[in-house]
Design a protein around this ligand. Structure first.
Ligand code: ZN
Length: 209
């Protein structure tokens, strides 16, 4: 059973760089308070909601990362992108996904596509941060992950696949996912769906928000 929950997260925050604006850190916390109940309800109500948030000047591999109940945001990223609060929406989705290490490695584009789909669907400040999946990037591929894959997922839902992202997430978590998922779920293989998606995008299809 989904829902019933709406559990507020219990967030322990450490800011290891005093130059990160307090408004940005408050914004991360406010964002998590709103999106964690929604994202756990949507994907995985059993996901733990105790989260450690670290804004770390020592993390330099990208904007942010998540694992083991910890979200790490690069302090340099926080300082240069103070309005990108939904960076934590993407990252907390990885904690909720709770996939096996093998799934993270082998299904990378779905892992990142689902996280950006969650950001698209539940993010609260995407427009303010200039983040969107509205535009189709010509030449993009399903295996690009992130926004490219998230945009395809939004199309699959709009094309009649209500619940398909939750089912995809569940299959990734329980280890049953293979590309036959798409045939079973839609009657078409994923390559045919992607072709339809590209055609529809060329014809002007856009996600609702
Ligand atoms: Zn990610």
């Amino acid at each position: 059973m989904r829902s019933e929950g709406r559990r507020a997260p219990d967030v322990d925050v450490r800011v290891l760089d005093p130059k990160v604006p307090a408004d940005t850190v408050d914004g991360y916390l406010d964002t998590l308070a709103h999106v964690v109940p929604a994202i756990t309800d949507f994907f995985n109500p059993a996901a733990p909601t105790r989260i450690r948030l670290v804004v770390d000047p020592g993390y330099t591999d990208g904007p942010a990362a998540a694992g083991g109940g910890v979200i790490t945001v690069s302090a340099a990223y926080a300082r240069t992108h103070p309005r990108d609060l939904d960076v934590v929406t993407h990252e907390v989705t990885h904690l909720v996904q709770a996939y096996s290490a093998g799934t993270y490695a082998d299904r990378w584009h779905w892992v990142e596509g689902v996280a950006d789909y969650a950001r698209y669907r539940f993010g609260r400040g995407n427009a303010a941060a200039g983040w969107s999946i509205a535009r189709y990037e010509r030449g993009s591929a399903l295996t690009d992950g992130y926004r490219a894959t998230a945009r395809f997922l939004a199309w699959a839902v709009a094309a009649g696949g209500d619940g398909i992202v939750q089912d995809l997430d569940a299959a990734l978590r329980n280890g049953s996912y293979s590309d036959t998922f798409w045939v079973a779920r839609t009657g078409d293989d994923v390559a045919a769906l992607w072709s339809r998606y590209v055609r529809d995008s060329a014809d002007g299809w856009r996600p609702v928000r």
